[in-house]
Design a protein around this ligand. Structure first.
Ligand SMILES: [Zn+2]
Length: 461
């Protein structure tokens, strides 16, 4: 989370030109006024714009007070009056940086939103959310990001749906809650041309008969932003008519991950992790960004929010890879120490197309049997690297009830393991159906915990 104290400064030239452009007071344009706002000139200049159009427009406060930031007395009504515009700016800085003013009311703030909630409270007829947005918009237009360190290396392409399109309703997401949710989809279109740019063209052209729209579409080349992240999109299939209940529509941004044949699937998922990280850190290159309103704890699936339990994002649900992508995003976002997890070991034959050949494989001298199934974890169990004695953990544990598909099973050290498409080994005893491989290679499958075993493969005698 960015701290407003880290935002820093605009160049003096920017300060002077902004105030001069509206014929603002000469004293406010002066280097002395700029110096009085250091080291928070970017914040001060933006607040000057919001509070008084750079000292040129006052509502209840009066120009004669030379109080361009509308400071009120600590315990009273009305506005302070200053001997000069510089003194007015100076008083603003002293107040915001004081450890003791009103019991540390500013000292306790961390984010811009915290600060604005104190400076321009709702109780004083302000709209703190809109106020903070105006400041961020100004910062963006001045090239001041909230903190340059909070930019993620990612191929972002902003290409917003035209405002007059019927699939861009323009309504805002709810802002009465503290956070928004990320709803993940896959496109379901395996046509080789069905990449991010094709989907961009599709929604720019109206989004088809259902007028669908979503905030981002991601493939192995691009992360394309299509809607500001503070606007609603039509992607969740939850009706979009109940502001209180339709979380997918009114509290979420929708992300489509492309599944076009021939694309680099691992790279596409890496781009998705980078996008999650951008949202989590509040990367200001994303249009409509409100830092702190996204959390990697609030990534969900289309399936979880839709009215009809739609099985989406299909490929990610089948692989069980969404938690791994989120874990990767945490690393990109700097939210966990580097290399907490080892990298999965992936074999070419794990790939769905290769697996569909139906062949048994080997890892070293261990036979790996083709047995495609969908599993449910009956207890929490770790994700580990695929092979041999190397059992490093490669992601957060699989949670009880989590469902995933895998094409292979093998036996090692007297125990049976399931091998996922992602290169994860999972102990078969933690899963249903329960697979057991005997010493001779006979494979039995129990559909329920105490069910009778079915023989899936008979081993050598
Ligand atoms: Zn979907």
């Amino acid at each position: 989370m960015m701290n407003w104290r880290d935002v820093g400064n605009v160049p003096y030239d920017r300060w002077q030109r902004a105030i001069a452009a509206v014929n603002g007071p000469a004293g406010l344009q002066s280097p002395a006024a700029y110096d009085a706002a250091l080291p928070h000139t970017a914040l001060c200049l933006a607040m000057l714009r919001v509070e008084s159009q750079y000292g040129t427009a006052f509502f209840r406060n009066r120009p004669q007070n030379r109080n361009p930031l509308n400071l009120r007395p600590p315990d009273g009504d009305g506005y302070l009056a200053f001997a000069s515009w510089v003194a007015g700016v100076h008083a603003w800085r002293n107040r915001l940086t004081s450890a003791t003013y009103k019991g540390g009311i500013y000292a306790r703030t961390v984010t811009l939103d915290d600060l604005v909630a104190v400076y321009a409270p709702k109780s004083d007829d302000n709209d703190p959310v809109a106020y903070a947005d105006m400041i961020r918009d100004l910062w963006r237009s001045w090239g001041v990001l909230e903190r340059s360190a909070e930019m993620i290396d990612a191929p972002l392409l902003v290409s917003l749906i035209p405002g007059f399109n019927r699939n861009r309703p323009g309504a805002k997401l709810n802002t009465n809650d503290a956070r928004w949710t990320i709803v993940q989809h896959t496109t379901g279109n395996t046509n080789p041309n069905a990449g991010a740019l094709m989907h961009r063209d599709f929604v720019h052209a109206g989004g088809g008969p259902d007028r669908v729209s979503f905030h981002f579409v991601v493939d192995d080349r691009w992360i394309v932003q299509l809607l500001p992240v503070d606007e609603i999109g039509w992607h969740a299939g939850d009706g979009c008519n109940d502001r209180g209940g339709d979380v997918g529509c009114f509290d979420s941004v929708g992300i489509e991950l492309c599944v076009n044949a021939g694309a680099d699937w691992a790279r596409a998922k890496d781009h998705l992790a980078r996008l999650y990280a951008m949202l989590a850190v509040g990367d200001m290159r994303i249009v409509g960004m409100r830092p702190g309103w996204f959390s990697l704890d609030r990534v969900t699936t289309h399936r979880a929010v839709s009215d009809d339990n739609k099985y989406c994002p299909t490929q990610l649900l089948n692989e069980g890879s969404l938690p791994i992508i989120i874990a990767q995003a945490r690393q990109y976002a700097g939210l966990v120490p580097e290399a907490t997890y080892a990298k999965p070991i992936v074999y070419p034959w794990l790939d769905t197309d290769a697996a569909s050949e139906g062949k048994n494989r080997v890892i070293g001298r261990t036979p790996v049997f083709y047995l495609p199934q969908t599993y449910v974890a009956i207890r929490e169990t770790p994700r580990r690297q695929a092979t041999g004695a190397n059992q490093k953990v490669i992601g957060p544990p699989i949670e009880e009830g989590e469902r995933f598909a895998a094409d292979y099973v093998y036996r090692s050290g007297g125990r049976t393991f399931v091998l996922t498409r992602w290169g994860t080994r999972v102990e078969a005893a933690a899963l249903l159906p329960k697979v057991q491989i005997g010493r001779t290679g006979t494979i039995s499958v129990r559909r329920t915990k105490d069910g009778d075993p079915e023989i899936a493969r008979r081993g050598a005698a």
